[in-house]
Design a protein around this ligand. Structure first.
Ligand code: NAD
Length: 309
């Protein structure tokens, strides 16, 4: 049975531990704060039991069998010894991440792969000083990873090609949906697309076209339901008689509308104050946790539906 080490036992480290155990991997959790590991083990146990009760547990093993695959350790060396891969899940603060990766680099041995969960840092920056950098790759999940299955795989220019192939296979085996970037770009893929949407939504509010509640409905009641099942390009292909026909019909309009969209907005000043007020009126800050729970419950139902269709 192969082992995967997890570096950092916070929100994402815990999710990875559950996903890898569901696929039958032995998982070793490490954290610089030993208390975090103990907390993680307790929470994972209760989450697995709850998932089993609600019939949402992944994999073929029982919650108890999956839990038996997960252990904690206070030794980084023990966490990585003989591991197929180590998934780094430390905070998104560059100095902290670089220090954690240096410590990991000092004890890791070939052929163990080093995968980072980073949302924003370029792999070539995170790994530039590592002696094991040819086995470094970003494997960026989306929160909550148990229900939103995308994982962006981003190699540094020197990452050996077998590493990307192997991590893709591990992710597929785990039931996640990997996409393999052929080269690193700032923001990877998901955030670049997300930022384009956010910028245009911002412009529409700033220009007085729609208010905050209505512009969010354009996503949640319009584009979102469609995009839960189809990508933007397949959507275009289906919206005409294929992509060629879509381009013949709409390319000129798309180019002309897009050319007039104006510069990238700054999220600041009076517009920011107004957007913030409208959001807080609808979802006060002390209700954020409640709303997050509602979001996760909705995503769970969507994940079940996606399995059926
Ligand atoms: P978190 O703050 O919940 O957990 C980080 C953990 O790392 C903490 O338990 C901390 O004690 C530990 N840690 C700090 N320094 C360490 C070290 N040197 N060695 C070992 N452990 C150390 O953070 P998170 O939300 O789980 O995020 C982890 C990573 O996942 C980040 O890179 C983040 O960008 C990425 N990510 C987060 C989300 C999200 O929505 N939270 C989504 C995708 C990716």
């Amino acid at each position: 049975m192969e082992t995967i080490g997890i570096l950092g036992s916070g929100l994402i480290g815990r999710s990875w531990a559950m996903l890898f155990a569901a696929a039958g991997y032995q998982v070793r959790l490490f954290d610089i704060e030993p208390k975090q590991v103990q907390g993680a083990l307790k929470e994972i146990e209760s989450q697995l039991a709850e998932l089993e009760k609600t019939k949402l547990l992944r994999g073929t093993r029982t919650a108890k069998q999956q839990m038996a695959l997960i252990s904690g350790t206070t030794s980084l060396k023990e966490c990585v010894a003989g591991a197929l891969m180590v998934q780094e899940c430390t905070p998104e603060i560059l100095d902290i991440k670089m220090k954690a990766l240096r410590d990991l680099d000092a004890v890791v041995q070939a052929p163990t792969i080093i995968a980072s969960s980073t949302s924003t840092h370029m792999p070539s920056i995170l790994s530039k000083d590592l002696k094991n950098k040819e086995r470094f790759i970003v494997a960026h999940p989306v929160n909550p990873p148990y229900y939103v299955r995308l994982v962006e795989l981003v190699p540094a220019p020197y990452t050996e090609s077998w590493v990307a192939v192997k991590v893709r296979a591990i992710m597929e085996e785990t039931g996640q949906v990997p996409v393999s970037l052929k080269k690193e770009v700032p923001g990877f893929s998901l955030n670049r697309i997300q930022y384009v949407i956010l910028n245009e939504v911002w412009r529409q509010v700033a220009d007085g076209v729609l208010d905050v509640t209505d512009v969010d409905k354009v996503m949640s009641e319009g584009l979102g339901p469609r995009y839960a099942f189809l990508g933007a390009l397949e959507t275009a292909h289906l919206n005409a008689e294929g992509m060629q026909s879509y381009a013949e019909r709409y390319a000129t309009t798309i180019h002309s509308v897009s050319s007039g969209m104006g510069p990238v907005p700054h999220m600041q000043g009076a517009v920011l104050a107004s957007v913030d007020k409208q959001l807080c009126d609808r979802i006060p800050l002390d209700k954020l946790q409640e709303r997050r729970q509602w979001r996760d419950a909705a995503l769970t139902k969507l994940a079940v539906l996606k399995k059926e269709v």
